[in-house]
Design a binder for this molecule. Structure first.
Ligand code: SF4
Length: 160
């Protein structure tokens, strides 16, 4: 919902704080996801992620969330899916040339990032979207990556 998406950007700092509290919980649950099986967890977790992020960010479930680097403004709402800043078509009033009744998501991204503690991440170069991940859960991907990167797992990997 557009008005909620705009509200979130205006309150990017609070949303960032909430996410910083939420992320460790998802990561801590990694043994549970391992036990259930990531594939089996994908459907229920993906549904919860979709419902909550659709409401807050107009999320398109790209599967590789970059909200913390884009001022809590989802770049997949850009009609050109620009992941590294705006195209050359931002109107003088900061709106989108394709959807002139809406603000450019990257104008919002910049404003949101300026409110965030980790706002500098907006300078990070994002990889192109991997469309094979469309519809999958970013939360589970974060948990899995953190679990795979954990030192004990690396040790296990070396012992194999
Ligand atoms: S970046 Fe991807 S996962 Fe994150 S809110 Fe946008 S569409 Fe959803």
């Amino acid at each position: 919902m557009y008005s909620i998406r705009r509200w979130v950007v205006r309150h990017a700092r609070s949303v960032e704080t909430a996410y910083r509290m939420f992320e460790p919980v998802v990561i801590k649950l990694a043994p549970f996801w391992n036990w259930v099986g990531y594939q089996r967890a994908e459907k229920p977790v993906g549904q919860v992620e979709k419902l909550s992020k659709e409401l807050l960010f107009d999320c398109k479930m790209c599967g590789q969330c970059v909200l913390s680097a884009t001022g809590m403004s989802c770049p997949m709402n850009c009609p050109k899916s620009m992941r590294n800043g705006p195209c050359g078509g931002v109107l003088q009033n900061g709106h989108c040339e394709v959807l002139p009744d809406k603000r450019c998501v990257w104008v919002d991204a910049w404003e949101g990032s300026q409110k965030m503690q980790g706002g500098d991440q907006i300078h990070a170069v994002q990889l192109p979207v991997d469309h094979r991940l469309q519809g999958s859960s970013s939360w589970l991907r974060v948990a899995r990556k953190s679990s795979d990167d954990a030192p004990h797992n690396n040790q296990e990997g070396r012992d194999d």
